[in-house]
Design a protein around this ligand. Structure first.
Ligand code: GLA
Length: 340
């Protein structure tokens, strides 16, 4: 019986939130917090995993049909991947993770990608990401985009990824050495099932039914949208796509003040037009941008709680191994790999 395993990182999105599911631009980086799955092939027709930090055991029959009702809840993501992969053999192993759960740092994507690599011979990062996105949908019922799984699968050390979510083209952009990236938790756990995430996906579809693909729409065209709420959602997406491209260029030119300003504008747009921030996140971002050395800050990921991310001068924050009330500096790492 052969041993196998894989590691897959979480991600932080520097800018470009709620743009992936309309084929827009995002700018995440894989971070130095990861999930590791290790084990052995077995003759039993199940995937069996115990977690070092989460309760219960995942016992997933290879012919699992409905991942969404599996217990414990973290095992649903394993079940989603098993359903997509349909591995020929069983597997028994362990899960360890340093990606905080409910923080908006893609702990579920890291688990899916690590399981997919541990259980298969797949190597194409885009195929892995697509498979894991389908697994996430089946597990959670949330119609999430491709960003998290693709960032985890395709990360490049020292770089953030400019991703075109329409073509899935990826341009790695080096993180300048004269800055640091820090994340800090708002104290409010984030969960997307039951959040307004699916409403936002639907509102974007309503806007696209009127003006066509939002990735191609101009601000002027949005006046055709009569409903003020739908128009505001569309305005966020159109302006956020512009900000992502400007941010990538600013980072490339090492214009950190401009990059920071774009992050702060992104937060304002997510708060006002997209209505996915919370008072806790707003207060946190306000505090971060007032901190000497910080160029800009914003909520990261879906919102509704979770983390904020800040771009700052080196030495502004301390590296903290545990994500807590104090900002911790994160590094950009390579995407998922199989363990030797
Ligand atoms: C979650 C989803 C992603 C993306 C972000 C918001 O993390 O999983 O696909 O939509 O929210 O940018």
């Amino acid at each position: 019986m052969s041993r196998s395993g894989a590691r897959a990182p979480g991600r932080v999105n520097l800018i470009g939130d709620h743009t992936d599911y309309t084929g827009g631009f995002v700018f995440p980086m894989a971070i130095d917090r990861e999930t590791v799955v290790e084990g052995i092939e077995t003759a039993e027709p199940v995937v069996r995993l115990v977690s070092a930090s989460l309760p219960g055991e995942a016992v997933i029959p290879l012919d699992i049909d409905d991942p969404s009702s599996v217990e414990p809840p973290w095992a649903r993501y394993v079940a989603g991947v098993v359903r997509e992969l349909r591995p020929a053999r069983g597997f028994s192993g362990t899960v360890r993770s340093t990606v905080p759960i409910g923080a908006g740092l893609s702990s579920s994507a890291a688990l899916e990608v690590a399981v997919a690599l541990a259980l298969s011979a797949m190597s194409d990062t885009r195929s892995i990401a697509r498979l894991c996105q389908r697994a996430e949908h089946a597990a959670s019922g949330v119609p999430s985009g491709i960003m998290d799984q693709l960032a985890s699968a395709a990360g490049v050390a020292g770089h953030a990824l400019l991703i075109d979510c329409d073509t899935l083209a990826i341009l790695p952009v080096p993180i300048p050495i004269d800055c640091e990236i820090a994340i800090v938790h708002s104290g409010l756990p984030r969960g997307l099932a039951g959040s307004a995430y699916a409403d936002r996906v639907r509102e974007c579809a309503e806007a696209e039914a009127i003006v066509g693909p939002l990735r191609l729409a101009t601000i002027e065209a949005l006046t055709e949208i009569a409903d003020a709420t739908v128009r505001a959602r569309a305005r966020h997406v159109v302006t956020e796509n512009e900000r992502v491209l400007l941010f990538a260029a600013a980072l490339g030119a090492r214009d950190l003040p401009l990059a920071g300003k774009l992050m702060s504008e992104s937060h304002a747009s997510l708060r006002q037009d997209y209505a996915v921030s919370t008072p806790e996140l707003d207060a946190l971002v306000d505090e971060l941008v007032k901190t000497p050395g910080v160029y800009g800050a914003r909520l990261t990921g879906a919102g509704f709680g979770g983390c904020a991310v800040a771009l700052a001068a080196p030495g502004t924050f301390l590296p903290a191994p545990e994500l807590g009330p104090a900002p911790s500096v994160v590094r950009a790492v390579a995407g998922a790999t199989r363990l030797a």
